[in-house]
Design a protein around this ligand. Sequence first.
Ligand SMILES: Nc1ncnc2c1ncn2[C@@H]1O[C@H](COP(=O)(O)OP(=O)(O)OP(=O)(O)O)[C@@H](O)[C@H]1O
Ligand code: SF4
Ligand SMILES: [Mg+2]
Length: 326
Amino acid sequence: MRAENPILQVKNLQVDFLVKKHTITAVKDVSFSVDKGTTLGIVGESGCGKSVTATSIMRLLPRQYSKISQGQICLDGEDLLAKSEEEMYKIRGTKVSMIFQDPLTSLNPVYTIGTQLCEVLLTHKIADKKQAFEMSVEMLRKVGIGDARNKMKTYPHQISGGMRQRVMIAMAMLTNPQVLIADEPTTALDVTIQAQILELMAKLKEDFDTSILMITHDMGVIADVADYVCVMYAGEIVEYGTCEEIFDHPQHPYTKGLLKSIPRLDEDTKILYTIKGMVPSMQDMPRGCRFSNRCPHCTMRCNEQHPDLKDFDRHQVRCWLMDGNC
Ligand SMILES: Nc1ncnc2c1ncn2[C@@H]1O[C@H](COP(=O)(O)OP(=O)(O)OP(=O)(O)O)[C@@H](O)[C@H]1O
Ligand code: SF4
Ligand SMILES: [Mg+2]
C-alpha cells in the first residue's frame, strides 16, 4: 500500500527477543505507513505483536534482551533508528507521543496530575512554570475534564478510569505531536466511556491535524476510527488496506474470523463467534502459514510453504487462497 503523504513509515521491521538463550522473532517483515491527518488501525489478537511494533517506533524496547534486527522507521523523513538516545528523548513527546495500554501504571501515583502534565512541557523546554500550568489546564478542558484547575491538584487514584485515560490523552497531546500512538486506549473502559474517548480522539485529530496509530484487538473500535487497517497475526501483517476495503471485501480467513466475531445488534448474540484455537507461541511457529492450525481452508501447501504479503487490487493479503491454487 503506497501512502500519499506519509508522516510515519515502517519498512520491513523485525524485532527479536532473547528468551532463555533462544532468539524469538516477535515481529517479522512489518511494513506500513501513516498519512498526515489519518488514522491507521493495527488489529489482532493478544500476542500478535501490536505493542512490540508500537514500542519499536518509540524506541522503548528493553535494550538488554531485545533488538530491532531489521528494517527502517522514518518519522517525517527522519530515520528514527539512526537517532541517539538523546535525540530520541527529544523526539518522544514532541514529534511522536504514546498512550500506553494501562493508564494507571503509566501515571505516577505519587505526583499530582498537574505536576505530571507540567513536567512534560518543562522537560521539553516548551514553556516556563506559569505557562505550563495554564497550558495544562487548557488541555484538560480540551479533553473534556470539568473543573480543570482543581483537577490539577488531584492524584491519579482519586479520579475514575475514564478520566485517567483523558489525562493520558491530554499528556500525549500537550506538545502537539505529529503522530499519536494509542495502544488499546479504551480496553479497560466501559462501552459508554469508550465511545466518548474515541469521539474525543477523533476531534483532537481534526483540531490538531494529528496522525494516529490506533492499536486494538477490537474490530468495532477500528470501524469507528480508522482510515486504513493492518491486520496482524503472529507477528506478521496478514491483510492491509483501507478500512472500507477490509470491512466490505475482507480476503484473509483471519480477517474474516475477526469480523465475524464482532457482536451485532441484529443477531442473536447469546453465542458469539470465536476463531477456534490459539495464536501459536513464537517459539513454536508453524512452518508454513502461521494461521494454518486454525484456518478452515488449510491445505498441504499452507502447511509446507509460508505465503508472502502480496498486492491484490487495493489490498495486501498474505494467503495462498489469493493465488487461486491453494
Ligand atoms: N518483554 C518481552 N520478553 C519476551 N518476549 C516478549 C516481550 N514482549 C513481547 N514479547 C513477545 O512478543 C509477542 C508479541 O507481544 P505484544 O506485546 O506485542 O502483543 P500484543 O499484540 O500487543 O498483545 P496484547 O493484545 O495482549 O497487548 C509476545 O507473544 C511475546 O512472544
Ligand atoms: S495460506 Fe492457507 S492456511 Fe493460511 S490463511 Fe490462507 S488458506 Fe488459510
Ligand atoms: Mg499489547
